[in-house]
Design a protein around this ligand. Structure first.
Ligand SMILES: [Zn+2]
Length: 382
């Protein structure tokens, strides 16, 4: 299975310059050989093969020494791109073969990962060090990257890397990795347990709490006020209709804001983790909080789980729901001691009488949920 990991790239001054040079050279190579290919085909109905082009490229590099300043692999990749485009045109899948302009084409280049053995050591032309947040690319040497904070290393063999500059001016590098199926099935590296709550809607075993956005609260208050107003109005009157419309707009706004919020959290969770574990919803615990209505929380949490489930599917991740009868809050996540006193929802933190660990109520629950999820996952593998 191939998977692309896209990082934000932070080249320094000379690296930026070299990246742009490489864009330019790749474009130059593409256009030059497109012209040659076209001419040869039109005049003699002959096809200039990829092999011929690569052979010719070597002469060209002697003729134009500046081509040697950039990653030579990126130039060959440019020829492969041209070859593919030409094939598509040959088969009639595209109508024209376009030249790449400086402003109307994507600013990008690709380079393949090549292994070299030197003094019994194997070196890769592309290496990613996620601990130091660095990618090593041919000619550019080490460039800072940002992304996939929680991965320790890329899970598989690097095939190639594509450097690009988006229209916003930001630089990115997309690293294509071949993951073996066994690896992805048996060794998920990022497992996250999530306790779904009221004040904090998501509490993760990575010690992160995400609260309900204030915006939802605001809309809900307005909706309450507006519904009260509606009940006072005379049915069918023009004021009644006005209020009714306003209420409908508010409901839509609430729905949009909630949808956006849920999309943001779930996307982050699914991208950063391989296995995501939650409990099935516990409605009974949710009576406590007066600030937000029960209904609002239920809709949010229900929606969150639903979106999490389908996004996990899209990204090829695993979503596990564990039984809500499992005493996730009461159990010490370190030694397993069950503390009945924690049943009381007012207990926000507690010290385990057995092993002495000081627990935050919510984080402890999310650790337990994670462990229970791992257990369930292992059972499924058997
Ligand atoms: Zn304990």
């Amino acid at each position: 299975m191939y998977k692309a990991y896209k990082f934000r790239l932070y080249p320094n001054g000379w690296q930026k310059e070299l990246i742009h040079k490489t864009f330019g050279c790749s474009r130059f190579i593409y256009n030059r050989y497109l012209e040659k290919k076209k001419a040869l085909y039109e005049e003699e109905k002959e096809v200039l093969s990829c092999f011929d082009m690569i052979k010719d490229l070597k002469n060209l590099q002697v003729e134009h020494p500046y081509l040697n300043e950039v990653d030579s692999c990126s130039l060959r990749c440019s020829l492969f791109n041209l070859e593919n485009a030409f094939k598509r045109w040959y088969k009639g899948q595209v109508e024209y073969l376009k030249f790449k302009g400086k402003y109307n084409s994507k600013r990008s280049y690709r380079t393949n990962c090549i292994s070299n053995t030197y003094k019994d050591k194997t070196y890769q032309s592309i290496e990613v060090d996620l601990k130091r947040h660095i990618i090593k690319l041919p000619k550019l040497k080490e460039v800072s990257i940002k992304g996939y904070r929680k991965l320790e290393y890329l899970p598989g063999k690097i095939i190639n890397a594509t450097v690009e500059q988006a229209s916003t001016g930001k630089y990115y590098v997309s690293v294509l990795v071949e993951e073996s199926d066994v690896y992805t099935k048996l060794r998920p590296r990022n497992i996250i347990g999530i306790d779904l709550g009221i004040r904090d809607i998501v509490i993760t075993s990575d010690n992160e709490k995400i609260g309900n956005p204030k915006l939802l609260e605001k809309y809900e208050k307005r909706i309450k006020r507006c519904s009260r107003e509606l009940s006072r109005r005379k049915k069918g009157s023009s004021n009644y209709n006005k209020t009714k419309n306003r209420l409908a707009v508010l409901h839509q706004k609430l729905k949009n804001a909630r949808g956006h919020f849920i999309h943001q959290i779930t996307k982050k969770l699914v991208i950063e983790n391989d296995i995501i574990v939650t409990e099935s919803l516990k409605i009974k615990d949710m009576v406590e909080e007066k600030r937000l209505s029960k209904q609002l929380i239920n809709v949010s949490l229900g929606e969150l789980c639903r979106v999490l489930e389908y996004k996990a599917k899209i990204y090829g991740k695993k979503y596990i729901k564990i039984d809500s009868f499992y005493p996730s809050s009461q159990k010490c996540s370190r030694c397993g001691y069950k503390n009945e006193k924690v049943k009381d929802l007012r207990v926000r933190s507690w010290i385990c009488p057995e092993c002495g660990v000081n627990h935050d109520r919510d984080y402890n629950a999310s650790y337990n949920i994670m462990f229970e999820g791992i257990k369930k996952y292992m059972m499924e593998l058997k």
